[in-house]
Each structure stands twice: as C-alpha cells, then as structure tokens.
Design a protein around this ligand. Structure first.
Ligand code: SF4
Ligand code: SF4
Length: 76
C-alpha cells in the first residue's frame, strides 16, 4: 500500500472504459462493482465505486486498467 492510501479514490471515464471488468476483479477490498450505465458506446456494465469507505487508495485499479480510464483523484 502506498503512502497516499485513503487520500485518493478512482474516478472512471466511461467514454474511455472498455468495460473489461479487470478493475472490479483486482480490487483487494471489494470497493468496486459493476452497474448498468450509459455512455456514447451504449448501455454496458461499467465499474463504479459502490463503497468509498472500502477503498484504501492502493492504485491497483488505475495501474491495471488497460485503457487508462481510471484517474485517482483526491478523496472528498
Ligand atoms: S484504489 Fe485500490 S482499493 Fe480503491 S478501488 Fe482501486 S483497487 Fe480498490
Ligand atoms: S479496468 Fe479500465 S477498462 Fe476495464 S472496466 Fe475497469 S475502468 Fe473499464
């Protein structure tokens, strides 16, 4: 876990996301889930941060995303 743990959380860009589900599968805390959402690509099962309290800011989802659709932003 990096020193920024808990200070950042993932923000998803659905226009870039290819809905591969990798981030959901790799998250060590189960903070992410898939939900049907719309984008210019149509309705898909996109990742969402369903429980921000579970996110430890480890960056694993951002680092493993194949399309660069995740940006870590300061937690609010
Ligand atoms: S930063 Fe880590 S804990 Fe938070 S959603 Fe991504 S993989 Fe899960
Ligand atoms: S890993 Fe990236 S491309 Fe795959 S579902 Fe997550 S955000 Fe989308």
């Amino acid at each position: 876990m990096n020193k920024n743990a808990r200070k950042e959380k993932p923000k998803f860009d659905r226009e870039v996301c290819i809905a591969c589900t990798m981030c959901v599968n790799i998250c060590p805390t189960g903070a992410l889930d898939l939900e049907i959402r719309n984008s210019t690509h149509g309705f898909r099962r996109y990742p969402v941060l369903t429980d921000a309290k579970k996110c430890i800011g480890c960056n694993a989802c951002e680092q493993d995303c194949p399309s660069g659709a995740i940006l870590m932003v300061p937690a609010t």
